[in-house]
Design a protein around this ligand. Structure first.
Ligand code: KG4
Ligand code: ZN
Length: 333
């Protein structure tokens, strides 16, 4: 018998809602991005994020129910992101999820945001089978993990400092490209000359799969300080930054495939939307005879579909208990 899960994502600056059916797959989803709210501040303002989620969650639930022609009696459970993320933002989604679960008399389960990202490629066809190596690259995380099954995650390497998405965002700010930085950098990098500046590939000479991205942002800053910042120079620095970040990720992914003897690589998280990264990883995987799995671009960044899907796997842990706890910091392993 199929089970239908309503998923709610509110960990940062996107409000996402979706309905996932364990037999039919994703039935529908909706997203509200708060980019316009935070743009003038150059980054996410936690208090504003929480307030925006409160305003948007219920209308999005209504919209997804209407779009999928479901009513509340078709929903068997509710999944919500309970961490990691911004505390106020997480509380907004969690409170609505628990309230709906009470009103609809269904169980609710809190899911891990990064587990949602990691399982997002399973929304696609073909879906990756276990085991796989996962590269999680977002605004808050950069990690490689060996994934043997749901909840069986062995961290192979993480970042010592900035997450790669954070490095994209900070470098974009230095270049005056605004927020969010990842898409802005990748756009202007297309016009850049890849031979003009060469940035370091951090940590690649050391064994293992540990990352460090704060030095790249500093390399960008030092270059900015030494040059007149015209349009071409901005594009050239963006290009040098993106090439260095992408090559570093690709080298570590190759190492992870070789060391685990696994021939499936799954890439997820906001930076997974980067086209240069997708292309370079594909080339590496082809050479390694490994299969590469991505979510579609819209499911790389935060969304409700991945939370509904992760919730379907975690429904056995759901409870009717109305108390809830959010976990702004929550390791995945
Ligand atoms: O997964 P996500 O939506 O939110 C977090 O859980 O953090 O990731 C957001 C991050 C931001 O740092 C954003 O700049 C980055 O993903 N990002 C990109 C691209 N699209 C989003 N980075 C590089 N290239 C992109 N096309
Ligand atoms: Zn995310």
């Amino acid at each position: 018998m199929s089970v239908r899960i309503l998923g709610i994502e509110t960990s940062c600056d996107d409000t996402g809602v979706a309905i996932y059916d364990t037999e039919a797959g994703l039935l529908g989803h909706a997203l509200y991005s708060q980019i316009a709210t935070h743009q003038e501040y150059g980054g996410v303002v936690p208090e504003l994020a929480a307030r925006d989620h409160i305003r948007k969650v219920i209308p999005l639930v209504d919209a997804v129910l209407a779009k999928t022609q479901c009513d509340r009696t078709h929903i068997d459970g509710i999944a919500y992101t309970c961490g990691p993320g911004l505390a106020g933002a997480l509380l907004a989604g969690s409170a609505v999820a628990k309230g709906l679960a009470f009103a609809w008399d269904v169980p609710a389960v809190g899911v891990h945001h990064m587990e949602g990202h990691m399982l997002a490629p399973m929304l696609e066809n073909p879906a990756p089978e276990f085991p796989f190596v996962a590269l999680l690259v977002s605004g808050g995380h950069t990690l490689l993990a060996e994934v043997k099954g749901i909840g069986q995650y062995r961290i192979l390497g993480q970042t010592l400092d900035d997450a790669v998405g954070e490095a994209f965002d900070k470098t974009a700010k230095i270049l005056g490209l605004g927020y969010p930085g990842g898409p802005a950098i990748s756009k202007v990098a297309e016009l850049g000359d890849p031979t003009r500046f060469k940035f370091p590939r951090p940590m690649i000479d050391r064994p293992g799969m540990t990352f460090s991205f704060s030095g790249l942002k500093t390399a960008a800053l030092n270059t900015v300080n030494k040059h007149e910042l015209d349009q071409q120079t901005i594009a050239d620095i963006a290009c040098a930054f993106q090439d260095a970040a992408v090559e570093t990720l690709v080298i570590k992914c190759k190492r992870a495939l070789q060391e685990t003897h696994i021939n499936r690589l799954v890439v997820a998280g906001g930076v997974g939307a980067n086209r240069h990264l997708r292309k370079e990883l594909q080339t590496m995987c082809d050479k390694q005879r490994a299969a590469l799995f991505f979510p579609r671009i819209e499911f790389c960044t935060d969304n409700g579909a991945m939370i509904a899907l992760a919730g379907a796997f975690r429904m056995h842990q759901a409870s009717d208990d109305l108390s809830f706890q959010v976990k702004p910091r929550w390791p995945i392993d």
